[in-house]
Design a protein. Structure first.
Length: 308
């Protein structure tokens, strides 16, 4: 439906002004903070996307995914029997089998997500992208994080973008598809809105801000624009699409702010792993540190918390 995006106008000053106000929001304290942080943990896609990834560090990541917060801390909060784990483990296609086998051996049903489709640049032929997606699914990935061709957005080839994402959706089969827009490279907030709409029309289960490899990753202005596109799409179709900010989210305070923003823009029903994820590699460490402080009154030494 090109009519939906032909007359898109984004009031950038208003969006930026609202984003600045968000940064000044007061955070929650005490038990409320602990509750929000545990909610954030369940929405994390615990990620390792490094060139030096090995089976052993993927295994370590998977065990951390199953036990994201120390058991004694959860017991102190009376949350030890609630089955708190992260939302998913996210790796490169070549490491999917390692993650799937480790989680299976640990008796854990956490889904494995794989980046694909020429991640992070998107500068590979479409046939290669589709083959990579199919292989990742074959290896056991239940979620696929594809990345769009920014060229199609920057040159206004909206039908071409729709067709590419539609073919990627078909290649995913039963796996959920998150579409990475790489918003830091789209040129304008209007393009972010349009790309969000096209991605949802083409069947994306989630839209995601960034690969984490761009100069500018998840920011509040693009988050606001993407969430309002999700809201309009829901109003038009009745279909709920998930949202995933990723890249540069490192502190517990930032995680809570993103949760609060989702609650404000989309509503409480989006605050669950099926519709909201946080893409992060180092965020979990700070969240666990804050929960340790809440329980004990002091910050943990480096050796007291297991590495993710």
């Amino acid at each position: 439906e090109l009519g939906w995006i032909s007359k898109v106008y984004v009031n950038r000053p208003a969006v930026v002004r609202h984003a600045e106000q968000i940064k000044k929001w007061k955070t929650v304290k005490g038990n409320w903070q602990a509750a929000w942080l545990l909610k954030a943990v369940t929405c994390i896609d615990l990620t390792t996307l490094s060139g030096d990834d090995t089976p052993s560090n993927v295994q370590r990541l998977c065990f951390k995914a199953k036990h994201p917060i120390r058991e004694d801390l959860l017991k102190a909060l009376d949350m030890h029997d609630k089955g708190i784990t992260v939302g998913a483990v996210c790796v490169y296609p070549a490491r999917v089998s390692d993650a799937v086998n480790t989680l299976k051996a640990a008796g854990c049903n956490i889904p494995v997500a794989s980046v694909a489709a020429g991640f992070p640049s998107g500068q590979t032929p479409l046939e290669t992208k589709l083959t990579e997606i199919k292989l990742a699914v074959e290896y056991g990935a239940r979620e696929i994080d594809i990345v769009i061709s920014r060229t199609l957005v920057l040159t206004g080839q909206w039908e071409g973008l729709y067709e590419e994402i539609r073919l990627c959706r078909a290649a995913c089969g039963e796996a959920h598809m998150k579409t990475i827009l790489a918003t830091g490279e789209l040129g304008s907030l209007a393009n972010v809105y349009k790309a969000s709409m096209i991605a949802m029309m083409a069947g994306s289960d989630f839209i995601k801000t960034s690969t984490g490899k761009e100069v500018e990753n998840a920011t509040f202005p693009v988050g606001i624009v993407m969430m309002r596109a999700i809201k309009e799409y829901y109003w038009q179709t009745g279909y709920k699409v998930g949202f995933k900010p990723a890249g540069g989210i490192r502190t517990a305070k930032e995680a809570i702010t993103w949760l609060m923003l989702v609650k404000e823009e989309l509503g409480v029903e989006w605050l669950k792993p099926e519709l909201f994820r946080l893409g992060a590699s180092s965020l979990l460490g700070d969240i666990e540190q804050q929960i340790f402080y809440h329980v004990t009154g002091s910050y943990a030494l480096q050796h007291e918390l297991a590495m993710a």
